[in-house]
Design a protein around this ligand. Structure first.
Ligand code: MRU
Length: 358
C-alpha cells in the first residue's frame, strides 16, 4: 500500500480515539487505524488522491469518518487546483472529486459529504476557495460530534435498566468525528450506570472490534469483553444481554440497515433470543433515494483479506474466498433506529419519511 511509504508525521497532540481526524498545520492528519492499537501513528495527507487512497486502504474507516475525511479531501483538491490554475480550479477538481467518490461504495456519508462540499464549491466566486471550503469541512466535523452526543442521550434513554450489550465492528469515536454512534450510546448509557458489560465481536477480517472498539472502551474504562463473531449467539443464549447496539453505513428509505458483515447474523440471533436491536446513525447515513436494502451497493474486498491472517496464509492452497464487507439487516429485525433527530421504533417507510421531514 503506497501510504505506508508516506512520511508519518508525529503531531504534538496525544493520539486518542477522539482525535482520529485532525486538521492542523494546513494539512490533514489521520490516525492510522490499520495498525491500532499496537502503534498510534498519524499519517499526513497533502492531496485529495492521497486522501482517497487512505479511505480505500482503511487508514480511516467508519461511515461518518469517511465522509468527514472526504470533505477535507475536497479542501486539498481545491487548494492544489487553485494554486495551479486560479481561473479554472473548479474544472480541475472534478477528477479529484471522482477519486474520492470511488474510494469506497457503501457508506453513503461519503457521497453526502461530497454533495455538501460541491454545493459550497458552486457558491464560491473568484476568490481563493480554501478558507470557505475548510470552514464547511470543519462544520461537518463539528456537526457530527454534536449528532453523536444527541444520539447518545436518545439511545441511552431506551436502555431502561442496567444490562450487558453486544456491539459489532467499530462504531465509536474512531469511526466518526468523535464520541461515536453505537459507542456514543454505550458511553452515555455507561455514564448513567446502565451498562454492565460490552461484548465486542472481534469482526473478521479487519478486527475492528478487537483492535479498535476494545481499545476505545478500555481507554474510557468501560468494561469490555471480546467475543469471536461466532460466539455472539451463544452469549445471548446465556442471558443478561439487553441490546445489540450497532452503527450503520447506509439506511434505506424503508429502514433496512447496511452495516459490517455479520450484523445480519446478530440480528437474526437476537430475534430468536428476545434481545433487542438498536442501530445508531446520523441522518447523513439515511439514503432516502434507495427504497430498500436490496438497492444498497455492497463493497466486496480482496479475498486475500480472508485467506490471510496476521500476514500468514491460512486458506488452503487453491481455495477462493467470498469477501462482502457489509450486509443488510431487514427493517423487521430492527427495534430502534436512533438518530440526532430522534428515535424510530420498529422502522418502516412511513416512519423513516416522517423522521427525515422533521
Ligand atoms: O469497513 P469499515 O470499518 O469502514 O466498516 C465500518 C462499519 O461497518 C461501522 O459499523 C459503520 O460504518 C458505522 S460507524 C459509526
Amino acid at each position: 500500500m503506497g501510504l505506508n511509504k508516506m512520511e508519518a508525521q508525529p503531531l504534538t497532540i496525544r493520539p486518542s480515539a477522539d482525535q482520529a481526524i485532525v486538521w492542523a498545520n494546513d494539512r490533514l492528519y489521520l490516525l492510522d487505524q490499520r495498525i491500532l492499537p499496537n502503534e498510534t501513528v498519524y499519517i499526513e495527507l497533502q492531496s485529495a488522491v492521497d486522501t482517497a487512497r487512505a479511505i480505500r486502504d482503511m487508514v480511516v474507516r467508519g461511515a461518518p469518518a469517511i465522509g468527514i475525511t472526504a470533505a477535507f479531501g475536497v479542501v486539498l483538491a481545491a487548494r492544489d487546483s487553485f494554486r495551479a490554475a486560479p481561473d479554472s480550479w473548479r474544472d480541475r477538481i472534478v477528477t479529484d472529486l471522482q477519486a474520492l467518490a470511488d474510494s469506497r461504495p457503501t457508506a453513503v456519508n461519503l457521497f453526502w459529504a461530497l454533495e455538501r462540499m460541491k454545493r459550497v464549491v458552486a457558491e464560491i466566486g473568484d476568490e481563493d476557495p480554501e478558507a470557505r471550503l475548510l470552514q464547511e469541512a470543519l462544520l461537518i466535523h463539528q456537526e457530527d460530534i454534536a449528532a453523536n452526543r444527541a444520539m447518545g442521550e436518545f439511545g441511552a434513554s431506551l436502555i431502561e435498566s442496567p444490562t450487558s450489550v453486544i456491539t459489532h465492528c467499530n462504531a465509536g469515536a474512531l469511526a466518526t468525528g468523535g464520541y461515536g454512534t453505537a459507542l456514543g450510546v454505550v458511553r452515555s448509557a455507561h455514564a448513567a450506570g446502565r451498562i454492565q458489560m460490552v461484548f465486542a465481536d472481534e469482526t473478521r477480517p479487519w478486527l475492528q472490534g478487537s483492535r479498535l472498539t476494545a481499545w476505545e472502551l478500555a481507554q474510557d474504562r468501560i468494561p469490555v469483553t471480546l467475543l469471536t463473531d461466532g460466539a455472539a449467539a451463544s452469549r445471548m443464549a446465556q442471558g443478561g444481554i439487553g441490546w445489540i447496539i450497532v452503527g450503520s453505513d447506509r439506511i434505506a428509505a424503508n429502514g433496512d440497515v447496511a452495516n459490517k458483515i455479520g450484523t445480519y447474523n446478530l440480528a437474526v440471533a437476537a430475534k430468536y433470543h428476545g434481545v433487542k436491536v438498536m442501530v445508531a446513525a446520523p441522518t447523513s447515513t439515511i439514503d432516502m433515494a434507495v427504497r430498500s436494502g436490496k438497492e444498497i451497493p455492497i463493497e466486496s474486498r480482496d479475498p486475500a483479506e480472508i485467506l490471510q491472517c496476521g500476514g500468514q496464509r491460512v486458506g488452503a492452497a487453491g481455495v477462493d474466498a467470498w469477501n462482502p464487507v457489509f450486509d443488510v439487516t431487514p427493517a423487521e429485525l430492527v427495534d430502534a433506529i436512533v438518530t440526532e433527530k430522534g428515535i424510530v421504533l420498529s422502522p418502516d417507510s412511513e416512519k423513516m419519511a416522517e423522521l427525515m421531514a422533521r
